[in-house]
Structures are given as structure tokens and as C-alpha cells.
Design a protein around this ligand. Structure first.
Ligand SMILES: Cc1cc2nc3c(=O)[nH]c(=O)nc-3n(C[C@H](O)[C@H](O)[C@H](O)COP(=O)(O)OP(=O)(O)OC[C@H]3O[C@@H](n4cnc5c(N)ncnc54)[C@H](O)[C@@H]3O)c2cc1C
Length: 206
């Protein structure tokens, strides 16, 4: 798919980098090789699998989160509610309603532990008058890219001059996506950054 000058390759798995001195020359994928002036590793919790070949220290690990999507309950919150003490979020929209939360460090797996879903409902019952909608439409898990200091890495890699990492956005990667994309673009084209990038340096893990 090509839109606004951007080509998206779907179902395309990264295999390895082809390195030429201090630069990435191309990437090899399940859909062939691709060349570019600059490359960005933005593979969320999977990013360390892409940097392994480069011996790059990137301490991102998967923090599994759970969500239940339901029809709206009869008495539904009007705005998203963070049930703060229990770290559960209730999100309403026009035609649906979702409870989300939980942080499970169990590696990469899509196993759904029923008790964790039940906990989301139990917590909602403590805070909301009508906490659960019917029917349940989807029960889902997702991998958050967690770093122990809770800051992402948005930086050029130290040994390859045309390779940027943008990963490790933890629990707020959707909120941080526009700013991260802007910062990466500024780094690549050489514009002054719209925010101080130093807290996001990869060098903090050396
Ligand atoms: C239950 C739950 C609730 C959340 N709620 C919020 C919220 O309210 N607000 C918020 O801001 N954030 C929220 N998050 C966190 C947010 O989803 C993440 O921070 C965000 O998705 C990270 O974005 P990313 O692009 O870095 O990684 P991802 O979104 O994980 O994308 C990485 C992509 O890389 C692909 N990939 C991996 N390996 C390869 C490979 N070898 N080759 C090709 N592609 C590869 C993956 O398939 C994936 O598509 C929530 C997460 C969960 C689990």
C-alpha cells in the first residue's frame, strides 16, 4: 500500500541487517531485501530481537497487558476512567466499552489467564455502578515494550550512522507515537529537535 509517499509492506518479517562498515546497507526480510538511506528499529517489545545481531544493549522486555471489550453497560462512564489504585482503565466509546490493565512478565506468549480477566471485572465492580457490559466481544492480550527506567530509547545506534532505535514506550506508546515520529524525522533530516532528546539516549545502557 502506498499513501502520501509511504509504502507499507504487510506480513513482512525482518530477518537481518546487511552491514557495510559503519552503515546499514540493506535489510533482508521475508519479502526480499530493502535499501534505504536511514533505517529505524521500531518493533516494540520485539526490538531486542532485531538488535541482537548488532550486539546492541537494548533492555526492552515484554509486559503483557489484558483487555476485555464489551457492549456498553446500561450505566456507562462518559469519559475514560483510570481506576488509579488498581491500575485498571475503563474506556467507553459510542458503541462499546473496554476494561484494560495488568502487567505480566512471562515472556512472549498469548496465553490468556482467566483469573487476570476476572480481576479486571472485580476491580471495575469496586469503582463503577454498572461495571460490566454484555455481551463480551473480545478478550485480548498485548505486549507492552517495557524498559526498567520507564523511558523509551529514541536515538541513533552508537556503531551504525544510519540506524535509529525508537522503542521501549511502555504503557504510553500510543500517546507518545506522534511526538516520537516527529523526533525521529527531525534526527534523520537534521532539523532541531522539538524536545530535548537526551533522556532517550541509548548510551544510558552502556
Ligand atoms: C492492554 C494494553 C493497554 C494499553 N493502553 C494504552 C493506552 O491507553 N495509551 C497508550 O499510549 N498506550 C497504551 N498501551 C501501550 C501501547 O500499546 C504500546 O506502548 C505501543 O503499542 C508501543 O508501540 P510500538 O510501535 O513501539 O510497538 P508495537 O505497537 O508493539 O508494534 C511493534 C510492531 O513490530 C512488529 N514486529 C515485531 N517483530 C518484527 C519482525 N521481526 N519483523 C517485522 N515486524 C516485526 C510487530 O508485529 C508489531 O506490529 C497499552 C498496551 C496494552 C497491552
Amino acid at each position: 500500500m502506498i499513501r502520501q509517499g509511504t509504502a507499507l509492506e504487510e506480513e513482512c518479517r525482518f530477518k537481518n541487517f546487511v552491514i557495510n562498515g559503519e552503515r546499514v546497507a540493506k535489510v533482508s526480510t521475508t519479502k526480499g531485501e530493502f535499501t534505504a538511506d536511514h533505517y529505524v528499529i521500531a518493533a516494540g517489545a520485539w526490538s531486542p530481537q532485531l538488535t541482537r545481531q548488532l550486539s546492541l544493549k537494548l533492555p526492552v522486555q515484554a509486559g503483557k497487558g489484558y483487555s476485555i471489550t464489551m457492549s456498553r453497560p446500561a450505566i456507562c462512564p462518559e469519559i475514560p476512567c483510570y481506576l488509579y489504585e488498581k491500575s485498571v482503565v475503563a474506556v467507553p466509546w459510542k458503541s462499546g466499552y473496554r476494561l484494560g490493565g495488568t502487567m505480566e512478565f512471562s515472556g512472549f506468549n498469548s496465553t490468556i489467564v482467566a483469573q487476570r480477566l476476572q480481576n479486571l471485572k472485580n476491580v471495575a465492580r469496586e469503582y463503577l455502578r454498572d461495571p460490566v457490559g454484555e455481551p463480551v466481544l473480545e478478550e485480548q492480550v498485548g505486549m507492552r515494550p517495557m524498559i526498567y527506567d520507564d523511558l523509551p530509547v529514541i536515538d541513533y545506534t552508537p556503531f551504525h550512522s544510519n540506524l535509529v532505535v525508537a522503542a521501549g514506550h511502555g504503557m504510553t506508546g500510543i500517546s507518545m507515537a506522534p511526538s516520537t515520529g516527529k523526533l525521529v524525522a527531525e534526527m534523520i533530516v537534521g532539523h532541531s529537535p522539538h524536545l530535548d532528546p537526551s533522556p532517550f539516549s541509548i548510551k544510558r545502557f552502556r
